[in-house]
Design a protein around this ligand. Sequence first.
Ligand SMILES: [Zn+2]
Length: 359
Amino acid sequence: MIDRIEQLRSEAEGEIGAAATSEELEQLRVRFLGRKAELPQLLRGVAQLDPAERGKVGAAANAARQALEALIEERTAQLAAAELSAGLVHDAVDVTLPGAPAQPLGSLHVLTSTRRELEDIFLGLGFTVMEGPEIETVHYNFDALNHSPTHPARARTDTFYVQRSGEGPEVVLRTHTSPMQVRAMEAHPPPLYVVIPGRVYRPDSDATHTPQFHQIEGLAVDEDITLADLKGTLLSFARAVFGETRDVRLRPHFFPFTEPSVEVDVSCFHCSGKGFMADGSRCPLCKGEGWLEVLGAGEVDPNVFAFVPTTAANAPGYDPEKVQGFAWGLGVERIAMLKHGVPDLRMYFENDLRLLGQF
Ligand SMILES: [Zn+2]
């Protein structure tokens, strides 16, 4: 009986070694080690043998089975690796072949290209680009920007609250990019010239408002900064965006974190600031005003500097007796609407290729 076991073992070893595919190997496993195969049958019959033979036959059959199992496992791994590399070669895709049919090239979303264009303008004026968190604490979004505790922008109808007070610090989706004013000043000493582009959120939705939109914040802090520096900066910006013959005007306004605060208008590029067209009709873009409102700005309120702690990172810190600054917040959608004549702000987010393909 031991001879028969050895015979089976050597026969199986030969065939397993010669198996060319994992399928063949599986057939051999069934043939030699399957439930109805001879070797396992022999093993099951060991109990009926003479006690003298039982030990020897059992040991030989077990050893043969274990050897064959190990051999099959080893060959399976070898064959699988070989089949995998063969498959990779066979299924390889030639990425240099042209697509069929060729697809039209995509383009940047108009808001992305507008944002980049505006960033480039301010980089050219010596500003650095920074980014900040979209989920913001009430401290940075309102308190440190000199908003009184009862300021209407804090209302739950005007701001998305993420975490209410009592559950830790009050957290909101930032309603403007202005929280980065204080964050930037905490991280860097003056002089500071930064622009901060980013998404902001407010619960509004109509032709000129969407719950998510984009702003570019600007902040300049240095010694001897005046409103004239702000006006000069924004004039350069307006001319770069809307044409070399543009002018800007400042109108008094109120924001909690700037003093004085201004609304900034640029002369209408559609009617060259006249308010009417060549045929005498009213300019449809500026509605006869001759001016287009583009952004809000102002001199940094000294109270905001007082909210910036002096740290190792920003030493010597922001002493309102020594530094002044100006800041602005502009809407990327607004600039792109004016520039490209987009009538409804919501169209930017509808992903309609008939609109997006025009830019
Ligand atoms: Zn006009």
